[in-house]
Ligand binder design. Structure first.
Ligand SMILES: [Zn+2]
Length: 376
């Protein structure tokens, strides 16, 4: 991960970049910040910057062999340690899940991680076996880079086993860096704390979260704003709210499309009545979702590429729609949604608006629209 792909935190990035360029990276650092502040993303970016073979001014190049491996989390000199379950296991045994989770989002929470490894109700830990493994791994020479980095996520879960690592952290082999990424200072052994340089990572500001949602999720300013207000500086939370909204919108949209296609007026009126009770913001968001669906559907229709931004059940519906919605209809539907969005902005009566839209949708889906008719 490059610095440019982690969200906000400009002042911390500047500090870390400076460390690398001045060759003054401390042997052991503790990144301390609340959930969703992006401390793990920053640790990944720092590790990649350290091993990059072609450093740019303020970031890893993103192109060299080392970067390419670091991006995929398979660089042999960037090691990871994190809570797992059981007493005889090592983090390395969970690397496939770890890579999947982080490639999906480095803003992962502890609970989400436990869920990923099927351990929701268990207590995670970084155990003796793992500590011995770290000591062994870190004492080997680096494989490809002149440097070696260990990122330990949530050293809180080391418990007293952390004492095994003291000597290593205090006198690490040459060119070896430890980046500990933690949330709760009070749960970390003092003996470890005192051996690390502390880097405090603040919670994200609303503007940073908005920027991140726009970039990573393609949300509009408005939708991103309303989520940022709820997320309270936590990008992990912002992503979960986004996913939940997307999921709800998807269900609502697919149900609506089915009803529009069937054209049973009683069912449509019922749907519209219920939909009208949702707030205006929610209705706007629904239309944004509908436009998003149509964009992705268009890609599917044009290229047959199923690697698009739709969930599995949406993709299934989209594939079924290929027989029903052709290019002329895509244009009509997109215009219809754009008009709809325009009228919601101007406080149109949602019942009238959505009933009318539903009827037009039915006509479009059943191909009953005269070629030259303009929608709405
Ligand atoms: Zn590079």
């Amino acid at each position: 991960m490059q610095f440019k792909n982690s969200i906000g935190q400009a002042e911390t990035k500047a500090l870390l970049q400076q460390m690398v360029l001045a060759a003054r990276v401390p042997h052991a650092q503790l990144f301390l910040g609340a959930e969703g502040s992006g401390k793990l993303a920053l640790a990944l970016a720092l590790a990649q910057f350290i091993v990059c073979e072609n450093k740019l001014d303020k970031d890893a190049c993103g192109q060299c062999k080392a970067c390419s491996k670091a991006e995929k989390l398979i660089h042999p000199d960037i090691h990871f340690s994190f809570p797992t379950i059981g007493s005889k296991v090592r983090s390395d045994q969970f690397l496939p899940q770890w890579r999947n989770a982080l490639l999906e989002s480095p803003y992962i929470s502890y609970n989400d991680w436990l869920q990923q490894i099927g351990a929701e109700n268990k207590q995670g830990n970084i155990n003796k076996e793992e500590c011995l493994n770290i000591i062994q791994k870190m004492s080997l020479r680096p494989f490809e880079s002149p440097y070696k980095v260990l990122i330990m996520w949530l050293p809180e879960y080391l418990g007293k086993e952390g004492n095994r690592l003291l000597k290593l952290i205090e006198e690490p082999p040459e060119n070896t860096f430890f980046i500990l990424v933690a949330e709760k200072q009070e749960l970390i052994l003092n003996t470890i704390l005192s051996r690390c340089q502390l880097v405090k990572i603040r919670s994200l500001q609303d503007e940073e979260i908005i920027e991140g949602l726009k970039l990573q999720k393609g949300l509009t300013e408005e939708a991103a704003q309303s989520i940022a207000h709820l997320a309270d500086g936590n990008f992990h939370e912002a992503l979960s709210i986004t996913a939940q909204n997307e999921n709800e919108n998807a269900e609502l949209f697919l149900d609506w499309m089915r009803k529009c296609y069937k054209g049973n007026s009683v069912e449509l009126v019922k749907w519209v009545d219920k939909f009208a009770t949702l707030g205006r913001e929610r209705q706007k968001y629904f239309i944004q979702y509908a436009l998003h669906f149509m964009r992705e559907y268009t890609i599917l229709r044009m290229t047959g590429n199923t690697n698009i931004r739709l969930l599995e059940k949406e993709l299934k519906t989209a594939k079924n729609l290929v027989k029903v919605i052709g290019f002329q209809q895509i244009e009509l539907i997109t215009n219809l949604f754009n008009d709809c969005s325009y009228y919601i902005e101007r406080n149109a009566n949602p019942k009238v608006l959505f009933l009318d839209t539903s009827i037009q949708m039915h006509k479009i889906l059943r191909n009953k629209v005269p070629k030259k008719l303009k929608t709405v």
